[in-house]
Design a protein around this ligand. Structure first.
Ligand code: NAG
Ligand code: NAG
Ligand code: NAG
Ligand code: NAG
Length: 310
């Protein structure tokens, strides 16, 4: 297939691939301090759903007049309910009146499909398409603010965050990826759906900013509108998705936005906390490299609100 060959042309795979599955290392992020006030609800009529992805939604009792929407995407072995319990977004929704969509993976092991051609294409019919349809449904149903739609996730959910930003740039104002991989890095040469990709996970898939950016552009050819600003978190002690995935993801978005990844505009040591370094490029890219932190970097709910402008 032309798409599959062109999308990965120029990527170098270095070193030898390991073969052990690593799903069991994926952990639940920070436990919330407080439970959300409302229960999570499943929505079964959100539109086309070729990949059979499930939609759950959190609607706070005090909804904003034109509510912003956050899509919060779980890790492998996770569920919508698990991410609702284990992430701070529903309690923040109680405070701020936005809606949270928690998609749920249809596959055994509940990783996301970030490997197939359909997942890596705008309106390709994969999980990314189903998640986009959930956003469109919620915007319509709750008169949401289309200029304030955000996406975030941990691990496999962070991979999907990058894929959503690449395949549906028109839908999102910002994305935050906690310990993921560059969009397209899990590409399966055989077209496999929901395939694990060891060379990417092990940090061996390396490309120039131009090659990584082309992958993003190829996922929605001829798109010329605005793109979400991105914040990329990764731990330097990540043994599941090796730390080089941070560097490749930064190269990807730097390539998309035309920044020189080697020259951030600002570098702040011990920010937002001791051992973390925050790098900022222009107004569209922030990298947070967390020294000594494994898989995954704990979610920073209040910082996320700041990045999203909520
Ligand atoms: C999507 O597929 C899931 C799993 O089969 C199902 O629970 C849900 O109702 C479907 N939703 C839509 C809108 O088709
Ligand atoms: C894993 O992804 C890379 C792109 O990052 C691709 O070149 C490689 O062929 C993929 N591996 C498999 C087994 O498909
Ligand atoms: C973007 O693409 C649309 C549709 O192809 C076109 O109408 C529009 O002029 C383009 N805008 C820019 C700034 O290139
Ligand atoms: C990846 O980025 C981090 C943070 O900027 C840096 O410390 C590290 O040396 C980089 N790794 C590689 C392989 O370039």
């Amino acid at each position: 297939m032309k798409f599959l060959t062109s999308i990965s042309a120029g990527l170098a795979l270095v070193g030898s691939a390991l073969t052990h599955p690593v799903f069991d290392e994926l952990m639940i992020p920070n436990a919330p301090l407080k439970r959300a006030a409302q229960a999570l609800k499943q929505v079964t009529n959100f539109g086309a759903n070729t990949s059979k992805t499930k939609m759950y939604i959190y609607v706070p009792s005090k909804l904003a007049a034109s509510p912003p929407i956050i899509v919060a995407i779980h890790y492998c072995t996770g569920t919508a309910q698990g991410y609702y319990n284990g992430s701070p977004y529903a309690q923040l929704a109680d405070q701020k009146g936005f809606i949270v969509i928690y998609p749920e993976s249809p596959y055994s092991g509940t990783c996301w499909d970030v490997s197939s051609k359909s997942a890596l294409s705008h309106n390709g019919g994969g999980d990314s398409n189903s998640i986009a349809n959930m956003v469109t449904y919620a915007l319509d149903q709750y008169k949401g603010d289309a200029s304030k739609v955000f996406v975030t996730g941990s691990s496999s959910g962070a991979m999907m965050t990058n894929v959503m930003a690449a395949t549906y740039p028109e839908l999102f104002a910002a994305g935050i990826a906690y310990s993921g991989t560059a969009a397209g890095c899990f590409l399966s040469q055989s077209g496999g759906v929901d395939q694990w990709n060891n060379s990417c996970a092990q940090g061996q898939a390396r490309g120039t900013p131009q090659v990584w950016a082309k992958m993003v552009f190829d996922m929605y050819p001829n798109y010329n509108g605005s793109r979400p600003k991105m914040q990329i978190y990764h731990g330097s002690a990540d043994n599941t998705l090796l730390p080089n995935n941070y560097n490749e993801t930064i190269k990807q978005w730097a390539g998309v936005f035309g920044y020189d990844y080697t020259k951030p505009d600002s570098t702040k040591a011990n920010s937002p906390q001791s051992g973390y370094t925050t790098y900022t490029w222009g107004d569209h890219l922030v990298g947070v490299y967390a020294r000594g932190v494994g898989h995954t970097v704990p979610i920073r709910g209040s910082d996320d609100m700041t990045f999203f402008g909520l």
